[in-house]
Structures are given as C-alpha cells and as structure tokens.
Write a protein that binds this ligand. Structure first.
Ligand code: MN
Length: 203
C-alpha cells in the first residue's frame, strides 16, 4: 500500500474495456477520510473485497468466505492492490477476459473509526488494525491481523453486542445496499454472465 498510489490498480486494467473508475481527484477531495466498503465480487471465484480508506485510496483485501459476525470465525483476507476512492460506489459488470471479469455488488458501505491513537500507516505496518465499522450490515469492532507472507491477513469480529453465532450475514443479507439487487440482476442489467453471477446468490 501507498508506495505507488494506484499504479498497480491502473496497470492491471484496460479502461477502454472495463467500466471501473480510473480514480478521480474530485472524489478524493470530497471524502471525509474514513470510508469503508465491502464489495461482493463473482469473478473466477466468489469473494468479498473489504476496503478501508486511508491516505486518499481504498486499502483492500479479498476475503474468499466473506465476513462473519461470529468472533471464532477468522476469515482469510488476502491483501490486494489499493483501489481509487470512487471505486466504493462501483457496481456492475467487468467484461469476461478483463482483470476481475465478472459481477460486482456494493454489499455494505459506511464509515469506520480506527482504534487507538496510531495512524493507519503505522498500524498497517505493524500488521494489526482494529476498528469500529458503521455500516448498514457490519457494525461494531473488527480486526485485521497480518499472519504471514506478504499478503495473508485474517479478518474477524471482536466480541461486542453486534457479534452473533446465529446469523450468517452473507446468507441473511445478500443484496446490494445501494440498489437492493442480487448479483444475477446486476449481471442481467449490465450485460454480464447471469448464470455465473447467480451462482454467487443464496439459493
Ligand atoms: Mn475482487
């Protein structure tokens, strides 16, 4: 993160083919600085992209199983390239054959507060981020902890009144928080692969 802002993001994408945002300085200027977003992404495999705003970009992790409200369920989170802030409201279809080809849904969005007095870069470098989420689906305290390699982290809920062993939030709340659509509808309306997208919806 933060070494070469958005260089890796832009290098991986052909903006003549994909509708994903290039990154607009205007969006960056307007932001309050503590946005978080979770995007459900049916690409080669289904995963949830977990993103926290820091220093003008969305620092990002891909979480194959998605978040769990059960503190004993620690979910693998692979660090991926920083994304531009305007990506937070991107929902639609990335053409097949392009990087990340498939369907993207804004599954949750809101703000977050980092715990302790540390700044984000310091906490990231130490491999330990604890924060409170103010989303529509995800709330309360969460942690991301670096466990090994260059990219491997764990995302998990901390114990508080928003924790639950009984609710599977990815199954119980499968729809877009922006448009209430399921993946299949987003794919259909975006000219994508509906059947592939539908395999990421609960059935
Ligand atoms: Mn993704």
């Amino acid at each position: 993160m933060m070494r070469m802002p958005l260089g890796e993001y832009r290098k991986k994408r052909r903006f003549t083919k994909t509708p994903e945002p290039k990154g607009s300085p205007a969006v960056r200027r307007k932001s309050a600085g503590n946005l978080f977003v979770v995007q459900k992404h049916r690409a080669t495999a289904l995963h949830y992209d977990f993103r926290l705003e820091a220093n003008g970009v969305l620092v990002s992790w891909a979480v194959p199983k998605g978040p769990s409200l059960d503190p004993s369920q620690k979910r693998l989170a692979m660090a991926v390239e920083d994304h531009p802030l305007d990506y937070a409201r991107f929902e639609g279809t990335i053409p097949q054959g392009e990087y990340g080809g498939g369907t993207v849904m804004v599954w949750d969005i809101g703000t977050y507060d980092l715990e302790d007095d540390e700044d984000f870069a310091t906490a990231y470098k130490k491999g330990r981020l604890t924060f409170t989420l103010h989303g529509k689906k995800l709330k309360g305290r969460w942690s991301l902890v670096h466990t090994g390699g260059t990219r491997q982290w764990l995302l998990f809920k901390r114990t508080d009144r928003y924790a639950s062993k009984d609710v599977d939030i990815t199954v119980d709340k499968p729809r877009s928080v922006l448009t209430r659509r399921l993946l299949a509808t987003i794919a259909r309306e975006g000219g994508g692969d509906v059947e592939k997208a539908a395999s990421g919806d609960p059935h």
